[in-house]
Design a protein around this ligand. Structure first.
Ligand code: TXA
Ligand code: MG
Length: 328
C-alpha cells in the first residue's frame, strides 16, 4: 500500500474522511503524540489498527471525540468525570468510564469500560470534526517502540501499512495523555502524563491508589507490556559520577548520551542529544521519544539517559524512561 504524508488542508481532511468512512486507517497529530485512527464504531476497521501495530488484542484503545456532549453517547458520566472534563478538556487526559454498548468489544478489549479523550490540539480536533465519528486511536507506533512525536516517526513504523498520515508538525507535549479511572469518588491514575497526580489531587481533594469499586482486572492492560523500547540498551543515571562510570564501562560501544546541557558539559562528552537545560521538564518530555528513535537510526547499542526527579511531569517522564530501560 502506498502511504501518503500530507499537511492538514481541506483536501487532505476530505481524503481522511473518505478513508475512515470506508473502514481504513489514518494517522493524525494530537498535542501528546501521533495517533493511528479508525472509526470506533466499526469493529473491522479497529481490527486493522491492531494488525498495523502488532498490538496485543487485550490492550484497549482510547476513543477520541471532538465535543464534550458526546461523552454520554459512549459512556456513563460520573460527578468526578464532569469535574475533570470541566477542568481539563480539551487536553491531555483520558477518562476511563463505564462504556455503553455502542462501543464494540474490540475497542475495549472486552472490558466493561472505555477510555475517552477530547484532544487539545486544533489539528486533532479539525481531523475529528472532519471525519464526523468517534475515532479509536492508540499511539501510531509499532507496538513496543517509542511513541511518534512527528509525522516522520509514524512513517518509520507505518509506511506501507496505512494509506494516509496527516502531518501537523512536531507535537507540543511529547508524552501520551494521563489515563485516569474516573468511575470512583477520586481519580485513580492508571498512566502518568502531562496532567499530573499533584494537579489531580489539588483539584479533587484526593487520589485513589487502588480501585474503589470491584472492577475487572487488569486495570490498564497496556501498562504490563514492554514499551517505548529502542533497539539499543537504555541505561539510566542520576549523577555525573554515575554517568562517568557508565561512559567508561561502555566506551567501546560509543553510547549516545541523552542529558541536560549541564550534565553533558560536566561529563565532557560531545556525542550527546541535549533536550534542554537541567530542570526543563517540558523540553525533556517533548524530545525524549525522538531522542530514543535517533539512537536507533544511528544503530547505537547503548543509550545513556540522565534521569529527572519523579515529581509533576517528571513522574510521567520517568515512567516512560524506566519502561524503555526495562526496569518498570
Ligand atoms: O495521548 C494519548 O493518549 C495517545 C493519543 C493518540 O491520544 N494515545 C495513546 O494510546 O497513548 P495507547 O493505546 O498507546 O495507550 C492507551 C493506554 C494503554 O495503556 C491502555 O491499556 C489504556 O490507555 N487504556 C485504554 N482504554 C482503557 C480502559 N478502558 N481501561 C483501562 N485502560 C485503558
Ligand atoms: Mg502507545
Amino acid at each position: 500500500m502506498e502511504t501518503k504524508v500530507l499537511p492538514i488542508t481541506t483536501e487532505s481532511l476530505a481524503e481522511a474522511r473518505a478513508i475512515i468512512r470506508d473502514g481504513g486507517l489514518v494517522a493524525f497529530p494530537t498535542e501528546t503524540v501521533y495517533g493511528l485512527g479508525a472509526d470506533a464504531r466499526n469493529a473491522a476497521a479497529v481490527a486493522g489498527i491492531f494488525a498495523a501495530k502488532g498490538r496485543p488484542a487485550d490492550n484497549p484503545l482510547i476513543v477520541h471525540i471532538c465535543d464534550k456532549a458526546q461523552v454520554e453517547e459512549y459512556a456513563y458520566l460520573t460527578p468526578l468525570a464532569e469535574k475533570l472534563i470541566e477542568a481539563y478538556w480539551p487536553g491531555p487526559i483520558t477518562l476511563v468510564l463505564k462504556k455503553r454498548d455502542c462501543i464494540p468489544d474490540i475497542v475495549s478489549a472486552g472490558l466493561d469500560s472505555v477510555g475517552l479523550r477530547l484532544p487539545g490540539s486544533a489539528a486533532a480536533r479539525e481531523f475529528l470534526a472532519a471525519v464526523g465519528c468517534p475515532i479509536a486511536a492508540p499511539s501510531a507506533n509499532t507496538s513496543g517502540r517509542p511513541s511518534p512525536t512527528a509525522a516522520a516517526h509514524v512513517a518509520e513504523d507505518m509506511a506501507g501499512k496505512v494509506p494516509l498520515i496527516l502531518d501537523g508538525g512536531a507535537v507540543e507535549i511529547g508524552l501520551e495523555s494521563t489515563v485516569v479511572d474516573a468511575r470512583g469518588e477520586y481519580p485513580l491514575v492508571l498512566r502518568p502524563g502531562g496532567i499530573t497526580a499533584e494537579m489531580l489531587r489539588e483539584l479533587c481533594g484526593g487520589l485513589l491508589t487502588k480501585p474503589q469499586l470491584p472492577t475487572q482486572k487488569p486495570l490498564a492492560p497496556g501498562m504490563k507490556y514492554t514499551h517505548y523500547a529502542p533497539k539499543g540498551e537504555v541505561l539510566l543515571f542520576a549523577t555525573a559520577a554515575e554517568g562517568a562510570a557508565l561512559l567508561s564501562a561502555h566506551a567501546e560501544a560509543q553510547p549516545l548520551l541523552i542529558a541536560s546541557a549541564e550534565m553533558a558539559a560536566e561529563l565532557g562528552y560531545a556525542d550527546s542529544f541535549i533536550p534542554g537545560k537541567r530542570g526543563d521538564l517540558d523540553a525533556y518530555a517533548r524530545s525524549i521519544f525522538a531522542a530514543l528513535r535517533l539512537a536507533d537510526s544511528q544503530s547505537r547499542s547503548v543509550i545513556l539517559v540522565e534521569t529527572v526527579p519523579e515529581e509533576g511531569l517528571g513522574a510521567a517522564i520517568m515512567n516512560r524512561l524506566k519502561k524503555s530501560a526495562g526496569v518498570l
